[in-house]
Write a protein that binds this ligand. Structure first.
Ligand code: FES
Ligand code: FES
Length: 133
């Protein structure tokens, strides 16, 4: 049911943990099931994501998608990170079973929420980023 890449990222998730003085933090949850995801971003003066960590209370697909999402945004600019959609993450994982697609949304939403937090703290506007729900 899961691809090798999903299994790999689930069993050896990358970038798990917290950052001490993050530039931005995003926490999102699915009210229905209670699953939660939090992403920490460390962004330098050139708006490049230097480091990223995540924590999740969710299923294997949520862990795998967060892990892959953090790999995809690390070292990228905030605008490149905005393009890391749940679709892009799923493609990088060679797909997810249809019933698990909603879990992949948590990672995208958490990254957007963390970028929003960063923008607010720094009084800047990130073109194309909408306020998280
Ligand atoms: Fe809840 Fe996947 S995160 S089932
Ligand atoms: Fe909650 Fe999948 S069941 S996000």
């Amino acid at each position: 049911m899961y691809t090798e890449k999903v299994m790999d990222h689930f069993q050896n998730p990358r970038n798990v943990g917290e950052l001490e003085n993050p530039s931005g933090v995003g926490t999102v949850g699915n009210a229905k099931c209670g699953d939660i995801m939090r992403i920490y971003l460390d962004i330098d003066e050139d708006q490049i994501i230097r480091d990223v960590k995540f924590k999740t209370f969710g299923c294997g697909a949520a862990v795998a998608t967060s892990s892959m999402a953090t790999e995809l945004v690390k070292g990228k600019s905030i605008y490149e990170a905005l393009k890391v959609t749940n679709k892009a993450v799923m493609e990088a994982l060679d797909g997810l079973p249809p019933v698990k697609v909603h879990c992949s949304l948590l990672a995208e939403e958490a990254i957007h929420a963390a970028l929003w937090d960063y923008a607010e703290k720094n009084g800047i506007k990130i073109e194309g980023l909408t306020k998280p729900k």
